[in-house]
Design a binder for this molecule. Structure first.
Ligand SMILES: Cc1cc2nc3c(=O)[nH]c(=O)nc-3n(C[C@H](O)[C@H](O)[C@H](O)COP(=O)(O)OP(=O)(O)OC[C@H]3O[C@@H](n4cnc5c(N)ncnc54)[C@H](O)[C@@H]3O)c2cc1C
Length: 385
């Protein structure tokens, strides 16, 4: 019962792999990390006519990009009303950029990979509250959900009330679901003939004009480092600005079709699940319940969090359900929840720190990194320079 549930998809299971870097090379640009963010940077750079070398320590999307909940949700990690309070109106700009990124993704991947089914924010979890504390928390969350919906409406973002078999909350019709590993593999497959992409190539360090790896050095005028939770290890200069956390998930055996019509996140967004086309539930959460233990660079699932997720899986399924896979991955958190997009040496841009919601924000930050490197365009205020 270990391994990543998403990897059973045929296009992932049959991924032929990419060759490691072989000796010293040079290119106009080098991208470190081939998750969704790094691949967006590769795409942006080759679209501009640059020669690009892309490197990953493991497989494409070996990190969080291939191991996450597969929620493609508009906006930042914070709910919109909270982001507006903390960052001001630029939070709406980021929201719009993520929806544009989602449209782009849907248009570039094969039909059906991005499932434009919307998402549900539930107040609490499916089913009746189990005790008074859960009821009290849900009552508070109802008010927060109202504030969330009001902020969305005020800024012209689609939102509807949700009341149904799962409980109550709001429905966001623009959002979508994906198998995140399939998404990354498909993207890498489209790019591998336009860029020189290499797996199993550990990057030891970066500096202006050079990326040092276990298999040789890459000389490049532009270097984009897109390794999110591992950013502090590759670029020690940003280590103090970014904290690495472990997030955990599980996959269940198939349950009744249509149990979850779309990605569902409940209890302030801490617990979440989507039902894949294979009928399995992909369930994550609980980090707020185990905060201290989850500030770690380890990617081993822990018994405590997994036990908690067993309970969430049962709530999401509506009945106890057998688990088929368990896994974890690293993400980067920042102090004010704004992702980093920062030049750390001449021509070297580091991006990361998506606070657990980087499927769309990561590519937005990566494209901003390319604009900073090539055009000198300062990152928008929703990114921390
Ligand atoms: C369990 C879980 C659930 C999540 N759910 C969601 C969700 O539903 N929606 C959402 O938007 N976000 C979610 N996130 C967050 C999201 O997965 C991340 O923000 C996003 O995937 C980051 O992607 P990335 O490409 O920037 O970095 P990553 O995918 O973290 O890393 C990119 C690559 O860098 C490589 N790398 C690392 N170090 C080195 C090195 N030294 N040399 C070379 N390569 C290196 C890794 O192998 C990896 O493939 C979740 C995260 C987790 C862990």
């Amino acid at each position: 019962m270990s391994g990543v549930g998403w990897d059973a998809a045929p296009s992932v299971a049959s991924w032929p792999g990419l060759p490691p870097l072989a000796g010293d090379r040079s290119a106009d640009a080098c991208v470190v990390g081939l998750g969704a963010s790094g691949l967006a940077a590769v795409e942006e750079l080759v679209d501009r006519g640059l020669s690009v070398i892309g490197l990953d320590a493991g497989r494409v999307a070996a990190g969080a990009a291939g191991r996450n909940g597969g929620f493609l949700i508009g906006g930042p990690a914070l709910f919109l009303h909270d982001a507006l309070d903390r960052w001001g109106s630029c939070a709406v700009d980021l929201y719009r950029e993520t929806l544009a990124e989602l449209d782009r993704l849907e248009a570039t991947l094969r039909p059906g990979i991005v499932r434009r089914v919307g998402s549900i924010r539930l107040t609490g979890l499916p089913g009746e509250p189990r005790d008074e504390a859960e009821q009290a928390d849900r009552d508070v969350e109802v008010k927060d959900c109202d504030a969330h919906a009001a902020a969305l409406r005020r800024h012209g973002i689609a939102v509807e009330a949700y009341a149904g078999p799962l409980g109550q909350g709001i429905y966001l019709p623009d959002d979508a679901a994906v198998n995140p590993a399939v998404r990354a593999m498909e993207t890498a497959g489209r790019l591998e003939h336009r860029a020189s992409l290499h797996e199993q190539t550990w990057v030891e360090g970066v500096r202006s004009g050079e990326v040092r790896t276990e298999h040789g050095a890459v000389r490049a005028g532009v270097v984009i480092v897109a390794v999110d939770g591992k950013l502090g290890r590759v670029v020690p200069r940003v280590a103090r600005r970014l904290r690495t956390a472990r997030l955990q998930m599980l996959a269940t055996e198939p349950v009744a079709p249509g149990r979850l019509p779309c990605p569902v996140y409940g209890r302030w967004g801490y617990d979440y699940a989507q039902q894949g086309p294979d009928g399995r539930l992909y369930v994550g959460g609980g980090r707020d319940r185990f905060v201290k233990a989850e500030w770690t660079g380890s990617v081993e699932p822990s018994p405590q969090v997994q036990r908690y997720l067993d309970g969430i899986a049962g709530r999401m399924a509506g009945a106890p359900v057998a688990v088929s896979h368990r896994w974890a991955a690293s993400v980067g958190f920042t102090a004010d929840a704004r992702p980093l997009c920062t030049e750390v040496a001449a021509g070297v841009i580091a991006v990361g720190g998506y606070n657990g919601t980087g499927n769309l924000v990561g590519p937005v930050a990566a494209r901003a990194a390319v604009a900073l490197a090539l055009d000198g365009t300062p990152p928008a205020p929703y990114l921390a320079p």
